[in-house]
Design a binder for this molecule. Structure first.
Ligand SMILES: [Zn+2]
Length: 316
């Protein structure tokens, strides 16, 4: 959907609300009081009413927009920008474009949308041939002691730390023989998970929750990977010289460098605390690179499905 189509389709608040209701009705509304899914729609007050116990549910309640005071149109514009552009954009830029007075609510809206993307991708596991390696991304530690904060003021910049990220790329052998100088496998999907450390137990947890046991997993011979062979169909580990890394684990490294280029080019420095959310946005878009115009509806549908409570339970 280009900008002209978007403006034509959603010229005002009402058109956005009607579309949001249409998407929400596909998922269905559950009464928070009695759990019933049978509701009347009360158009005059824009609310659902439970057929059993008469409890009313607003259009936003139980969705990503719960507790948000921003207009539906702001959310629609943000979803449009997130799904129609390859590059990310900053909350500051969106605030400027919307002409909104405050930065914080816009930042929260963007974060909730990124989290929605992460939760959606979290429902899938990778399979086929999965390359796995770790990446290190520059990020800023915003959780500082008071002393550190004072030092920060003196120096005028945050202390830089690296976020450790487990990167997994699902690939497959192409039907046709690859052209010369092209990668031998075809890329399918990617996952990037921020972890506190690279201990074996941490990596095994991520393998278990993100990779199907029927997969073939390729890694270098780092010691933390030694038990993966017990968790998946085949584990191929190779000693990889730094110059050969692009041959043995080509897609993981392409994805790491693409993510760095994409994220750090726009956001410059991302807080460690929120790094996962930015990676989620990157992966969501890469994994749906062939969706085209359908992506808007898909993300909107996900927005009606998950709500803020889901985010708290995301276990990463
Ligand atoms: Zn009810």
């Amino acid at each position: 959907m280009n900008l002209i189509n978007f403006i034509e389709q959603f010229p005002d608040e009402t058109s956005c609300k009607l579309k949001f209701k249409e998407m929400r009705d596909r998922v269905g509304v559950t009464c928070r009081h009695c759990g019933s899914q049978d509701h009347y729609w009360q158009q005059s007050i824009w609310m659902y009413e439970c057929k059993k116990c008469k409890t009313r549910t607003t259009l936003r309640s139980g969705t990503v927009m719960q507790a948000s005071k921003l207009p539906f149109r702001y959310w629609f514009i943000a979803i449009h920008l997130l799904t129609s552009t390859k590059k990310p954009f900053s909350s500051l830029e969106l605030q400027r474009q919307l002409g909104h007075k405050y930065y914080e609510p816009i930042w929260y809206m963007m974060q909730k949308l990124r989290k929605t993307m992460g939760i959606r991708d979290g429902e899938y596991r990778l399979d086929k041939i999965v390359e796995l390696d770790e990446g290190f991304f520059e990020s800023v530690d915003t959780e500082k002691s008071d002393e550190e904060k004072q030092n920060k003021r003196k120096r005028g910049r945050g202390s830089q730390k690296q976020s450790k990220v487990i990167v997994m790329a699902s690939t497959v052998h192409p039907l046709k023989a690859p052209e010369k100088h092209k990668k031998r496998t075809k890329f399918r999907y990617v996952k990037m998970i921020v972890v506190d450390d690279l201990k074996a137990v941490t990596i095994e947890q991520q393998v278990e929750s993100n990779i199907e046991p029927v997969s073939l997993v390729k890694t270098d011979n780092y010691k933390s990977y030694s038990k993966i062979k017990n968790m998946v169909w085949v584990h191929q580990s190779e000693t990889v010289k730094p110059k050969d890394v692009d041959k043995v684990l080509p897609w993981v490294h392409t994805m790491i460098s693409n993510a760095k280029h994409t994220l750090l080019g726009i956001h410059h420095m991302i807080s460690r605390k929120y790094f996962q959310d930015y990676l989620d946005e990157f992966c969501y878009k890469v994994n749906r690179r062939y969706f085209g115009e359908k992506l808007f509806d898909r993300l909107l549908l996900a927005c009606t499905t998950y709500n803020y409570k889901d985010y708290i339970h995301v276990n990463r």
